[in-house]
Design a binder for this molecule. Structure first.
Ligand code: AMP
Length: 400
């Protein structure tokens, strides 16, 4: 996949509109976590150094087209300014005279943050008039937020009807790692998919069995697969109506030559709570009152052996109810082993989506992975094999 990067852009003295994701956790007007601001620093610094005027666009929360003071991006500007060691200006609209006046005052190297794009209804329904009004403020567009690239909004894709578009450095870094995991990976590829429900991950499983060499299904969703194969799952979380879907996925895997790893043993308890009385049992010994809350040690050994054979691991979802000790044991052991193999240079490991980040962080394994995507919905859609509009425009923009 070839896409245009910052290196391809002529930015000197030009007004560069950069779509970032500053949808940061905020409490009482105070930024609680600056991870997303830090992610944007390399692109902003690169543009500043090259003499561009850097104009930042972002959404924040879901104001649904209304101006809601508690969803203003104003408190973000000084926090970003501190990280950059530069004054970051703020305009309290992302289009129109207020924004234009602020832009007119900019000198090369200046940074300006515009107000929440979602204060305009046209943002989420990709209104060309809004996209045009935003585009009028700049000469070049940079998309630097993979996390919003699954949405065709005015400030993510609409704007590229009017301006040449390039990937920012964070976007480029993310795309290169994702490509290395599923685009042209080193084989064999092992996908580890866990989490609560099959229903939220049908598309993902169907896409993966066609692309990867091994698929390990864990977490609550594995119960549906076990049930579909005739095993008793007692009082476990299980979507019994999806048994035919699970069987179809197994058939598709077989046809594609994808080996599927299901739990061979499980940890059961009768209460869904931390430290509930529990035992490890074989698949034939799950009682009517039992809930399967984690994979057992035999399953973990089989997964580790699969990791030994793999050159690439792609991971989404925990293998058990990881928030409740000790039902985090399988997730922790497998994640730590994956991190170890990665550190030894034997694996490329990519993880992301939903609870995966907190599960891997809780295991103390997150630092060991080659790449962890912080994008939730976009990461899942990418794993599902869907074309992401924000990625497509970087490949095909005709105004370039
Ligand atoms: P997801 O958002 O689909 O990745 O699902 C993550 C959630 O699945 C976490 O809150 C886990 O506690 C939950 N989960 C994983 N395995 C099980 C299980 N065996 N029974 C119940 N919940 C589970």
């Amino acid at each position: 996949m070839a896409f245009r990067t910052l290196d391809d852009a002529d930015v000197k003295g030009r007004k560069v509109l950069v779509r970032v994701d500053f949808n940061v956790p905020m409490n009482d007007g105070k930024v609680q976590d600056d991870t997303r601001l830090r992610a944007a620093l390399p692109t902003i610094l690169n543009l500043q150094k090259r003499g561009a005027k850097v104009i930042l666009l972002s959404h924040f929360g879901r104001p649904k087209g209304e101006r809601l003071p508690e969803m203003s991006l104003a408190p973000v500007a000084p926090v970003l300014g501190k990280l950059l060691d530069t004054k970051v200006g703020f305009a309290d609209d992302c289009i129109g005279p207020k924004a234009q006046q602020a832009v007119d005052k900019m000198m090369p190297g200046d940074v300006l943050l515009l107000e929440n794009t979602r204060f305009h209804k046209g943002e989420t329904n990709n209104d060309p008039a809004l996209a045009r009004a935003m585009a009028d403020l700049g000469d070049v567009f940079v998309l630097d937020a993979f996390s919003v690239s699954h949405r065709a909004h005015a400030s993510t894709t609409g704007i590229t009807q009017f301006l040449p578009a390039f990937a920012g450095l964070a976007m480029q870094y993310e795309l290169e790692h994702l490509q290395a995991a599923l685009g042209h990976p080193r084989r064999p590829v092992l996908a580890v998919v866990g989490g609560a429900k099959v229903s939220s991950k049908i598309d993902l499983l169907q896409n993966l069995v066609a692309k990867v060499d091994m698929l390990c299904v864990g977490g609550g969703m594995a119960n549906t697969f076990l049930f579909a194969q005739g095993h008793k799952v007692g009082a476990s979380l299980c979507e019994k109506a999806l048994a035919p879907t699970a069987r179809k996925i197994m058939v598709a895997a077989k046809t594609a030559g994808c080996e599927v790893l299901l739990p061979a043993d499980v940890v059961v308890a009768q209460k869904f709570e931390a430290n509930a009385a529990h035992q490890t049992v074989g698949l034939d010994a799950v009682g009517d009152q039992d809930m399967i809350l984690d994979a057992g040690p035999k399953t973990v050994s089989a997964l580790k052996a699969a990791m030994d054979r793999a050159c690439t691991v792609i991971w989404n979802g925990p293998l058990g109810a990881f928030e409740l000790t000790p039902f985090d044991a399988a997730t922790n052991a497998a994640a730590l082993y994956c991190a170890q193999l990665t550190r030894e240079g034997r694996l490329i490991s990519v993880a992301g989506g939903g609870d995966t980040i907190s599960a891997l962080a809780k295991a103390g394994a997150a630092d060991g992975f080659s790449f962890i995507s912080t994008a939730g919905g976009a990461f899942l859609e990418w794993m599902e094999g869907k074309a992401l509009p924000g990625v497509e425009i970087l490949k095909t923009n005709v105004n370039q």
